[in-house]
Design a protein around this ligand. Structure first.
Ligand SMILES: CC(C)(COP(=O)(O)OP(=O)(O)OC[C@H]1O[C@@H](n2cnc3c(N)ncnc32)[C@H](O)[C@@H]1OP(=O)(O)O)[C@@H](O)C(=O)NCCC(=O)NCCS
Length: 408
């Protein structure tokens, strides 16, 4: 074995090789020059790591700067981790582990108390302190706008964008509404370019981009592409991106999509768990839930800062021990009381915790996706003092279901 495990930040001239390596790791071919011009924009200076062996890049991971909305409305600087790959002949030798360590240290140095990612497989990232913090459901609904109940909210008006409007207009609408909900993140220009601009300009796909206008102006949008047919007539419309500030905008956008001609159904993945599509339809069975998937994997990089940043419900004080073998500095006993949280002692010290969890299990409750009681019941948390469980539920309770809606 010749890999030295030496992780170093990559130079701009090495980034195309990094993308090619990542693409191969997920069984895709290299991008052409035009594709590279767009994809390159997601790379943010100094944030890409690599490992070399025999002069060749064999492992890479990057992140771009973003922000995460947390319960109570605070918005935290966040590392959005992506394009992680190890060459198939160098896996299971600790290269990802070495890159994760370098990347989390880098995020901490940059003052980013949280990092998030989307996981290709659910067994990879827990060991590095990531936990599932938002989930989404996949739905398929018949393409028939007549399915809506007559008294369902109608919302305002929906207009289609011209191709050259798509990125600038949707970027503005997203910026206005995405951080209103816990779990929402901000998108960089590089994200727009690599994710949407590439499909519009480089791959020349037919893109349906619709914007909803309500009383306060533009407050929702949807992007749709014609999907792959599963049978000769069954051409679905795929909706990878739909954000709406309220139920009126949600209803109007779904009504619009379901009314588009020459498609049989509308499919979307990773929709908010509480999106009330069935409630809007006269025949709720016209909306089939076809999957339930993890969305945000959250790493609390700086637990004291992250716990202090979110709000808490009214509850008697809770003493929670957090264990973090990967980033030991986070370990300790935290006291959640009077709507805030602070570290009151080291792990194993004189302050006896009432509840205990790992940093990844803390991430599962942090945005409000899971209640402490269900995490205790399923063995993710332990409760040396079971009387603290309902208090923790009250403290961590949030008004809505967290959701992100941005894939990266
Ligand atoms: C996933 C991937 C990055 C892991 O890289 P790696 O260098 O093999 O990971 P490491 O050697 O540091 O593994 C550390 C530990 O995680 C385990 N692990 C790593 N990948 C795993 C996987 N896919 N499933 C289960 N366990 C995994 C290893 O077995 C090892 O466990 P151990 O410490 O008990 O021995 C690499 O396999 C890869 O590139 N896969 C294809 C692309 C991909 O899925 N990228 C992630 C995109 S989100």
């Amino acid at each position: 074995m010749t890999a030295t495990l030496a992780v170093r930040p990559l130079e701009p001239g090495e980034l195309r090789a990094a993308l090619t390596l990542f693409a191969a790791a997920i069984h895709r071919g290299p991008v052409d020059d035009a594709g590279w011009a767009r994809s390159a924009e997601l790379y943010s200076p100094g944030r890409t790591f690599g490992v070399h062996a025999d002069g060749a890049l064999v492992a890479t991971a990057t992140s771009f700067p973003s922000e995460l909305a947390v319960p109570g409305g605070a918005v935290l600087p966040m590392a959005a981790v992506t394009r992680v790959g190890v060459r198939a002949d160098h896996t299971r030798r600790g290269l990802l582990t070495a890159m994760m360590r370098a990347q989390l240290e880098d995020a901490a140095e940059r003052g980013e108390p949280v990092a998030t990612l989307r996981a290709s497989e659910a067994r990879i990232y827990g060991r590095f302190g990531y936990g599932i913090a938002t989930r989404g459901r996949a739905v398929r609904v018949r393409a028939d706008a007549g399915l809506f109940r007559p008294d369902a909210p109608r919302g305002g008006s929906v207009r289609l964008l011209q191709r050259d409007e798509i990125v600038p207009v949707l970027r503005d609408v997203h910026e206005r509404i995405a951080l209103l909900r816990p779990g929402g993140i901000s998108r960089t220009d590089g994200w727009w370019s690599a994710s949407v601009g590439r499909r519009v300009d480089v791959e020349r796909e037919h893109v349906l981009a619709a914007v909803h206008t309500g009383p306060q102006g533009d407050d929702g949008f949807a992007i749709a592409y014609l999907g792959e047919a599963s049978g000769s007539t069954d051409r679905p419309l795929d909706v990878p991106d739909l954000h709406a500030a309220d139920i009126g905008a949600t209803a109007a956008l779904w009504r619009f999509l379901m009314g588009i001609d020459l498609v049989e159904g509308v499919r979307a993945r990773l929709r908010p768990l509480d999106e009330p599509l069935e409630l809007l339809l006269a025949d709720p069975r016209a909306c089939a839930v076809t999957g339930n998937e993890d969305e945000t994997w959250l790493r609390l990089v700086d637990v004291p800062s992250a716990l202090a940043a979110r709000s808490y419900g009214p509850a008697e004080p809770v003493l929670l021990a957090v264990h973090d073998p990967f980033l030991e500095a986070n370990a300790g006993v935290y006291r959640i009381a009077d709507g805030s949280a602070e570290r009151v002692g080291p792990s194993g010290g004189p302050v006896r915790p009432e509840l205990e969890c790992t940093v990844s299990a803390l991430a599962m409750a942090y945005l409000g996706d899971r209640r402490p009681s269900e995490l205790v019941a399923s063995g993710w948390w332990t409760a040396p003092d079971p009387a603290a469980v309902p208090r923790a539920d009250a403290a961590f309770a949030t008004a809505g279901t967290p959701w992100c809606g941005t894939y990266f």
